[in-house]
Design a protein around this ligand. Structure first.
Ligand code: AMP
Ligand code: GLY
Length: 423
């Protein structure tokens, strides 16, 4: 099988790495890719949000499957164009991807499907925003209604700051605050049937102790030893299946990964957000543990064949990923710095590896930073405590002037158990 992955981040590096390890996959291509992805896939230049260009590349390569990583191409209709060209595609249509592209649309689908989520109002004027803030109370949750790469959400106790964020966006969704730990659950969907991957937890805030601004994600781990073993089944029954049933009933079947970002509230799991793609960096740890070869799984989803897929299997143990971010990420990332220590990690850290996110090669062939989240270091081990220690040992060997990372990824979870997790 020949697979083309669209995207250029750590998530796509993880996808390409897992596909390259699948004996059923003969060729892995990635467009546009990055400096690290080039070591596991053949990279091609492409404007990832141009439907005709991506479909054309898939045709030229004779791809048997196209996997679309980021949300922007999905919302732009790239999956539609690839499918129209007759190539199986893992990724929802533009219409179905609105589940991520428009928070108001997602709320409408959830209301129709009876999916548990916070109460919310869509506001376009300062008066509407003020009324909604007062109706739901603090902490205030104000979300840009459009795509904002995980950075359009402000959660604050400061009414002025909440109003200022609302004023800076054309349209916002203001919603009630959902208390409780957050979990990311990815469901592979073929339009009708959904299969869950293992849940993971992401760290959204920039700094230790969940301080600082929201980011695309600063680290993740799996399994979740503290979560109830029934969590996945419960979320599939109350959230995922009703949502894909609703989308199918609307004539826009959902094909790809439905990412449910959940708060485990005292009243049960509630949806904080849906994404139309794999989460980054949760995918890096989930795919690390997945033992079932990935190519056949994604092809089954893309071709309506999930019911025939045997249950997924996982390696034991745990995986932890830590994001190395550029100076000034997420506000105004500094790029272009030379990254050191990558060879040392490869040579000396047996149970750790680096996935590239925002990297490039400079004119001298050196790996340099080219984005906000620069790379992910993944550590693995028999339990979270070991995986975490392995990850941080490797992070300590990577150098990039001005870079920062969180030091508390999976810290609390690693302390919560001495043994392998239940999920
Ligand atoms: P989102 O982009 O919708 O995932 O929001 C980013 C982050 O903001 C989430 O991961 C949560 O940490 C936080 N957040 C968003 N909505 C809520 C909410 N209703 N209640 C509590 N936290 C929220
Ligand atoms: N890790 C959060 C996201 O991918 O949106």
């Amino acid at each position: 099988m020949r697979v083309l992955v669209i995207g250029s981040g750590g998530r796509e590096h993880a996808l390409c790495r897992a596909l390259a390890a699948d004996s059923q996959v003969d060729e892995v291509h990635c467009a546009p890719g990055n400096a690290g992805i080039a070591s596991v896939a053949t990279v091609h230049a492409v404007r990832a949000t141009d439907p005709a260009e991506v479909a054309g590349l898939a045709g030229k390569l004779g791809a048997d499957l196209v996997v679309i990583g980021p949300e922007a191409p999905l919302v732009a209709g790239v999956a539609d164009a690839v499918r129209e060209a007759g190539v199986p595609c893992f990724g929802p249509s533009a219409e179905a991807a609105r589940i991520e592209g428009s928070k108001a649309f997602a709320k409408d689908v959830m209301a129709a499907a009876g999916v548990p989520t916070g109460r919310a109002s869509t506001c376009s004027t300062p008066q509407e925003a003020a009324a909604a803030l007062d109706a739901y109370g603090t902490p205030y949750v104000v979300k840009d209604d459009g795509l904002a790469a995980g950075k359009g959400v402000v959660v604050t106790g400061d009414r002025e700051a909440a109003l200022a964020h609302a004023a800076a966006c054309e349209r916002v969704v203001i919603e009630e605050y959902l208390p409780g730990p957050e979990v990311s659950l990815f469901a592979l969907c073929d339009g009708v049937t959904a299969v869950a991957l293992r849940p993971a937890q992401d760290f959204k805030r920039a700094y230790d102790g969940d301080e600082g601004p929201n980011t695309g994600g600063m680290g993740a781990y799996t399994p979740l030893p503290w979560a109830a073993p029934s969590l996945t089944d419960e979320v599939m029954a109350t959230v995922v299946q009703p949502t894909i049933d609703e989308l199918a009933a609307r004539g826009t079947p959902y094909i790809g990964v439905l990412y449910a970002g959940l708060a485990l509230t005292p009243d049960g799991p509630k949806v904080i957000e849906f994404n139309a793609r794999f989460g980054d960096p949760e995918t890096q740890v989930v795919l690390d543990r997945l033992a079932t070869p990935l190519g056949g799984v994604l092809l089954a989803a893309a071709t309506g064949a999930l019911p025939a897929l045997p249950p997924l299997t996982y390696r034991g143990g745990a995986a932890v990923t830590v994001v190395l971010a550029s100076e000034n990420y997420p506000q105004a990332p500094v790029t272009g710095g030379v990254i050191g220590g990558l060879d040392e990690v490869a040579e000396q850290c047996e149970d750790a590896y680096v996935l590239h996110a925002g990297t490039a090669l400079d004119a001298d062939g050196r790996v340099v930073s080219a984005g906000g989240r620069v790379l992910n270091v993944v550590g693995t081990g028999p339990d979270l405590r070991t995986a975490r220690a392995v990850a941080y040992d490797a992070v300590g060997r990577v150098t990039l002037a001005g870079s920062h990372h969180r030091t508390d990824i999976a810290a609390a979870a690693a302390e919560s158990t001495e043994t392998e997790g239940t999920l």
